[in-house]
Design a protein around this ligand. Structure first.
Ligand code: WQD
Length: 338
């Protein structure tokens, strides 16, 4: 069964390609390599023994998307990762984000709407909840006004899919709302490759530890949490990748209750920034150079998932602990800096 993975050379995309191939799916990747390299294919082959089909293509080029779907008319499912994801950049360049993240989604949905049956998995984000009023966050928590154009593209993306599903019974879609992905494949053949200075906590920690960054700034220790630092739900990227495969199978097997569903994908456990640093120090056996600085604009205090729905309906549960995810992130960082 042929599955298209857009953005399949990226961090979450590449781990999902591995899990799909492990389950026997035939994968075709589209990636424009704007934030990833073809070398990732070597890692995928090293783990799975199989080279996925790959087409370097910019999804903004509508005619090329059309010809791609004509050529691969046997695609039965699409997992759509391809998107721009830097929150700060999205504030500077909103139209780039709306074009990259919304325009391309529309083109793909137009193609899928013409099929007799299609299955679509969308990369959404816990960012749609903003600062939720209750923890843990269930899927019924209200969607709050987005803090950034990036966050808005995820909210609008979900709405576009929901509206399209309403009038297209042949289209079956699931939006997965990710919490904070981290880590790398245990084989250390693939992992996260941030471009420039990492914005996210875990790659910043590991890059500091290998000496690429002088020190980590911890953004604020005066939040109303256990130790004053913000709380997030850090999920191992392999667990997250597996959630995509079970969600896709649900659609392919027509087990879905409605043709548009939403699931949180997290561990259900919140960790503070200092607990994450502590985990790093434990698994690496080395001290991290960090200092407490002012709060970062736009940060929410606490976000962790209620995963009851995904556990019960998808039969999926995150398996890795924070320490295991951290160990894989650290092994990966050491490997790529050798
Ligand atoms: C985690 C915690 C920071 C860096 C992410 C994505 C965003 C969206 C939601 C996808 C926070 C603290 C960080 C540093 C720090 N995801 N921190 N020093 O803010 O939860 O956002 O999830 O749609 O795009 O980025 O993740 O990794 O940036 O921060 O103290 O140098 O670490 O303040 O509390 P966040 P993050």
């Amino acid at each position: 069964m042929k599955i298209l993975v857009t953005g399949g050379l990226g961090f979450i995309g590449s781990h999902t390609v591995v899990e799909l191939q492990n389950e026997g799916f035939e994968v075709v990747i589209i990636d424009d390599c704007s934030n990833a390299t073809e070398k990732v294919l070597d890692g995928i082959v090293a783990i799975t023994g199989k080279l996925p089909l790959f087409e370097k293509l910019d999804l903004k080029e509508r005619d090329k998307v059309e010809s791609f779907f004509k050529k691969h008319d046997d695609i039965e499912g699409v997992i759509h990762f391809a998107a721009s994801k830097a929150v700060g950049e999205s504030v500077e360049k909103p139209l780039l984000y709306y074009e990259n993240n919304i325009g391309t989604l529309v083109y793909i949905l137009k193609e899928l709407s013409q099929k007799a049956k299609s299955s679509f998995i969308f990369s959404s984000s816990c960012t749609v909840y903003g600062q939720a009023d209750q923890m843990p966050i269930t899927e019924d928590a209200p969607v709050k006004v987005a803090e950034s154009p990036y966050g808005n593209t995820k909210q609008i993306g979900e709405e576009i899919i929901a509206d399209t599903c309403k009038v297209t019974p042949s289209l079956n879609a699931i939006a997965l709302r990710y919490f904070n992905p981290m880590g790398a494949h245990p084989s250390v053949e693939i992992g996260e490759l941030p471009v420039g200075v990492p914005q996210n906590l875990v790659p910043f920690i590991t890059q500091t530890a290998v000496g690429m960054r002088k020190e980590l700034s911890v953004f604020g220790d005066d939040y109303p949490t256990e130790d004053g630092t913000c709380v997030r739900d850090y999920i191992h990227v392999v667990d997250l990748a597996k959630a995509h495969v079970v969600a896709l199978k649900r659609l392919l097997d027509s087990k879905n209750d409605s043709n548009y569903e939403v699931f949180n994908v997290g561990t259900g456990t919140g960790s503070t920034v200092l607990q994450v640093i502590n985990s790093f120090e434990k698994v690496s056996g080395q001290k991290l150079n960090y200092k407490i600085v002012a709060r970062r604009a736009g940060d929410i205090t606490t976000a962790y998932a209620d995963t009851t729905k995904a556990n019960a309906i998808l039969g999926w549960k995150a398996q890795s602990t924070l320490d295991q995810a951290m160990e894989s992130a650290w092994n990966w960082e050491q490997k790529i800096r050798k």
